[in-house]
Design a protein around this ligand. Structure first.
Ligand SMILES: [Zn+2]
Ligand SMILES: [Zn+2]
Length: 1009
């Protein structure tokens, strides 16, 4: 029961709260104005003789006197008027001491009500629990529970074991609370939409009570007898309490709908200026979106428990829709949710809710025992959600927190939530940021692999195994229009299209004249319900058709009229039976299952048309008929059935051929347009195991010998992650070797590194990546060397060293989680993200060079001896690439070529069969050096830092090998490279030497992300 008070604050009779002299005239005056009759005057008199509310609340005498003084001789002035008005009643609205006494007054009322109700045993009792009880606690003490109250917004909750006792309790409670208010000279507002009752009947007798409450004989009110008056309180199905909608069925769907509407409204307000303004970076817009729109959308969401799938999907779709608006993407495009989340960098809808719940838990803990834990702990569904939220939190934090698993160490977590709120908030925020980072990582890896496979497939390197061919065609029903050649998502959508575009209606609609079923006379309250009844109930439908019942189709399900009807009915009364004359029984008939015209046409075709032209003929018949797929398939089925029974004068063999064609046309995959909506744009949801499986399923087309194509005069070599230019580097030896043998061929060596060019050297930039990858795919770039940063893979991370500072990089990948551990510190997460991004770019570059018959080397530290350690060479994609024609592993130790340490290294080479000989001929020493590069050197730098650059002998071997291969290709004068591309290459041809090592990756990115 929700109670609204009229002018709550202006009518407080001060002596009831603060003691003091009682002015009989004043009270009589006021009583007359608010229609207090004698009975209530008597009660008021009694109330005034009792101790005041402040006394009852135990306020010490000096404070009582102070509060009384504040409420004595109060006055107000009207502008333009010299005199003052003395006030004797009401609180002091607008004052800094406003409404304080109202709270005491309300407390007094509620205490009285509670005592009265408790004496009758009608109140809900809940266990007295002190804290959040994820672990089950059984408290013995109980206390009576009235309901939540915020200033003058009061809600009284009653519950009972049966509908009958609930009705009695409600009657008593309604009278009692309204009486109590009146006896304190406060007047409940009984107008519609103010004070109201929401009932959820359950169990035996529900239907009959619902019929009594909401049926045709009810006026939509609940009656109760008070001490002096009867009361009539409106009965509603939904009430807005403190900004949240309470629905009798406890569904939050309506609430979600309203909230989504408000969020879109808010979005529209600043759509052009803020949210879709491309001049703002997405980060900024995301922040605004978070604080302005999501706060609106998710107000109160921390308490939502959503039971049904449909509502969950509705909320999910709504939030994704808002995200799409933020990106300015059309709502109806089949873009996967993962892509939307990736592009916005927003958390998924379920994570938004999780974070809100976890924060709410913090607020509840802050108010301690007043949070009514006994009640909250009984909300099992919500508790389950919170438990799951803790699991989620732990999943993301476990590797960077020593708090322990919440399922085992809950007290510790509770302690943090209660006493360290700031820390708790930071933990939750960190988990959310981590979750978003992990999504991004998964999305990037999945899409990159999809791309790799499709590039290799397009250029005939591989083919998908036959059995691995996805067969989405026959799973789940499809819908669509055969004449417009479009597909629809649902049967409803198909019906709506057929109605809108072709004017056809469901045949059942001809049987509907009102919301009452003509056969069984039941009242269904909405057209939609009745339609469903007639489709389901064969008896009613066939009876009506048998009677020859025909109505003009009325606006049906989905029309404005029916939506209004549905809103006003709101699931209140069940279908009501009615009585009337029983019509004589008629022979029952049903609708024809097939489309008459089409059926005739196809049957004629079977008899007349040649078997070779039959399929074309049927397809023509179908596409010239405005018919839905559902009906079309049913018609084909009928034809099929008919033919199976045999057609006179036709050989069984010939008939069999016809049957096969018809059967084929009944499969959705024979009509590609029907499957359009089912196609996902890219398989972005591949998990890591799936990637491995898909790669394993691919078939390598190795036998094909490729004839190398001749190259133009200008040749481009791309050195990715080259670092600074220095004496004795690869470029030096490559150019030297080239200079010796070139014969009019020009070489451009592009140093692609952020230390060379902020933009075009940054492999973390999508535009840059696309530019170079296109160059490699088109054959503008013929050679490439990439040595993606190895710091996140480094074996040095596994060394257990005592570091003076106490902090040393720890492993961030494992054999099972090669792309990064599932839980990391945020800093490590970003390091791994950049490491992955650069590695994926390198792999894609090599693949692109492979399809354009170029040369490439991908360099990384050699595969470790320990089979449990992570290494890029244990990634499925690299193991797969190595099997492709032209790819080769070359293992060697840089120590033999002059490096300070052994440094075992592996090259994945592409079309570079001479490289091992070149490396061998450049060996400088016979034995490996003895030092190891783990830990820090004398100057406090990581010992691995100096190893990033190759020893000159290795550069020379690489340079000569590349030059050899690049020059081996024939020269063709007519092959030319895109000029804009060449100009960019010329700009990145570096001739000056740099003086210091660059960072492993762009440091600035760290702060940007
Ligand atoms: Zn159509
Ligand atoms: Zn019926």
């Amino acid at each position: 029961m929700f109670i609204d008070l009229q002018e709550a604050f202006y009518r407080v009779i001060r002596p009831l709260v603060v003691e003091g002299p009682i002015d009989d005239d004043l009270i009589a005056n006021m009583a007359a104005r608010i229609d207090l009759d004698d009975g209530f005057l008597h009660d008021l008199h009694a109330a005034l003789r009792q101790p005041s509310a402040l006394v009852a609340a135990g306020v010490p005498p000096h404070l009582r006197r102070a509060i009384r003084a504040l409420h004595t001789d109060t006055y107000f002035k009207l502008p333009m008027q010299p005199d003052q008005v003395l006030t004797h009643i009401g609180t002091r609205p607008g004052d800094s001491f406003a409404d304080v006494i109202f709270g005491y007054m309300m407390a007094k009322v509620l205490h009285k009500f509670q005592q009265d109700m408790d004496a009758l045993g009608l109140l809900l009792h809940i266990p007295q629990e002190e804290a959040f009880g994820l672990a089950d606690s059984s408290a013995e003490a109980e206390f009576p529970f009235v309901g939540p109250c915020w200033m003058d917004d009061l809600c009284i909750c009653l519950t009972a074991k049966s509908n009958l006792t609930l009705e009695r309790a409600l009657g008593t409670a309604t009278g009692a609370i309204l009486d109590t208010f009146k006896s304190f000279a406060m007047t409940p507002n009984l107008q519609p939409g103010k004070t109201a009752i929401v009932i959820t009947p359950k169990g035996a007798g529900t239907k009959s009570w619902k019929r009594r409450l909401f049926g045709p004989n009810s006026d939509g009110s609940f009656y109760s007898v008070g001490e002096h008056h009867p009361y009539r309180v409106p009965l509603v199905t939904e009430y807005t309490h403190l900004g949240g909608k309470v629905h009798f069925s406890s569904t939050v769907k309506r609430e979600i709908k309203v909230r989504l509407g408000q969020a879109h409204q808010e979005f529209n307000k600043n759509r052009k200026l803020l949210y879709q303004n491309v001049n703002f970076a997405i980060d900024k817009r995301r922040e605004l979106f978070h604080s302005l729109i999501l706060s609106r959308l998710l107000y109160g969401a921390e308490t939502w428990t959503i039971q049904d799938r449909q509502t969950k999907d509705y909320l999910h779709g709504g939030i994704i829709g808002l995200y799409k608006r933020l990106l300015k993407w059309p709502c109806d495009q089949p873009i996967s949710d993962d892509e939307v989340l990736f592009s916005t960098g927003m958390p998924s809808p379920s994570e938004l809710l999780r974070v809100r719940r976890l924060r709410y838990l913090g607020s509840l803990m802050a108010v301690d025992h007043t949070a009514c834990w006994g009640l909250l702990n009984q909300d099992f569904e919500w508790q389950e959600l919170v438990k799951d939220d803790f699991r989620w939190l732990w999943h993301h934090l476990q590797n960077c927190s020593d708090l322990g698993d919440p399922t085992m160490h809950l007290p510790r977590w509770v302690e943090i939530i209660r006493w360290h709120r700031g820390y708790w908030r930071r933990l939750v925020r960190r988990a959310l940021e981590h979750a978003v980072g992990v999504h991004k990582r998964e999305f990037l890896i999945a899409t990159a692999h999809t791309r790799f496979v499709s590039i290799l497939e397009d250029f005939d390197f591989i083919q998908r195994a036959q059995e691995a061919e996805p067969a989405p065609a026959d799973e789940g029903p499809v819908f669509g229009c055969m004449s417009c050649q479009i597909s629809c998502r649902t049967l409803g959508g198909e019906g709506a299209h057929m109605h809108r575009s072709h004017g056809s209606v469901h045949p059942v609609r001809a049987l509907i004249g009102s919301t009452q079923c003509g056969a069984c006379l039941k009242e269904y309250f909405t057209m939609g319900k009745l339609k469903a009844h007639l489709i389901r109930s064969d008896v009613c439908r066939t009876t009506l058709i048998g009677r020859g019942h025909r109505e003009q189709p009325l606006p049906g399900l989905g029309s404005i009229e029916d939506t209004l009807r549905k809103q006003s009915w709101d699931n209140r009364p069940p279908p009501l039976p009615a009585e009337g004359p029983r019509l004589p029984d008629v022979p029952r008939r049903d609708f024809e299952a097939e489309h008459g015209g089409l059926y005739e046409d196809i049957i004629m075709g079977v008899m007349d048309i040649d078997i070779a032209d039959f399929e074309t003929y049927v397809r023509e018949c179908i596409s010239s008929t405005p018919i839905s797929w559902t009906l079309c398939r049913r018609t084909l089925q009928e034809v099929h059935n008919q033919c199976q029974q045999g057609i006179p004068d036709m050989e069984p063999q010939r008939l069999n051929d016809f049957l096969q064609i018809i059967a084929r046309l009944m499969i959705p995959s024979s009509w590609p347009f029907l499957l359009k909506l089912r196609m996902t744009p890219v398989a972005t949801n591949w998990g890591f195991e799936e990637i491995e499986q898909k790669l394993a399923d691919l078939q390598i087309l190795s036998s094909q010998q490729r004839v190398p194509r001749p190259l133009g005069k200008e040749r481009v070599f791309l050195h990715a992650f080259s670092g600074r230019r220095r004496p004795g580097d690869l470029q030096h030896y490559l150019e030297a070797a080239f200079g010796r043998n070139s014969e009019g061929v020009i070489l451009h060596v592009v140093s692609m590194d952020v230390v060379i060019d902020e933009h075009w050297g940054d492999a973390c930039n999508q535009e840059t990546r696309d530019f170079w990858l296109r160059g490699a795919r088109e054959g503008y770039v013929q050679g490439g060397l990439c040595s993606p940063p190895c710091e996140t893979w480094s074996q040095a991370r596994f060394a257990q060293l005592e570091d003076l500072a106490g902090r040393q990089p720890r492993p961030v990948r494992s054999l099972d989680e090669l792309w990064g551990l599932h839980s990391l510190a945020l800093r490590e997460l970003y390091q791994v993200a950049v490491g992955n991004e650069l590695l994926l770019f390198s792999i894609e570059l090599v693949i692109c060079l492979a399809v354009s018959e170029g040369f490439a080397v991908l360099e990384h530290p050699g595969e470790p001896n320990d089979p449990t350690k992570p290494s890029i060479w244990r990634l499925p994609i690299l193991q797969f690439l190595c099997q492709l024609p032209g790819f080769e592993y070359v293992d060697f130790a840089q120590g033999l070529l002059g490096a300070k340490t052994p440094k075992p290294t592996r090259f994945l080479t592409l079309n570079m069969d001479t490289l091992p000989q070149f490396i061998h001929s450049h060996r400088l020493c016979a034995d490996l050096p003895k030092t190891a590069a783990i830990g820090k050197d004398a100057t406090g730098h990581w010992a691995t830092t100096g190893l990033k650059e190759y020893p000159p002998a290795l550069n020379r071997a690489l340079g000569e090998s590349f030059a050899f291969h690049l020059l081996q290709r024939d020269l063709a004068e007519d092959v030319s490279v895109d000029q804009a591309f060449l100009n960019r290459c010329r700009l990145m041809h570096v001739t000056e030497f740099g003086s210091h090592y660059g960072p492993d990756y762009h440091q600035k990115r760290d702060s940007k992300r």
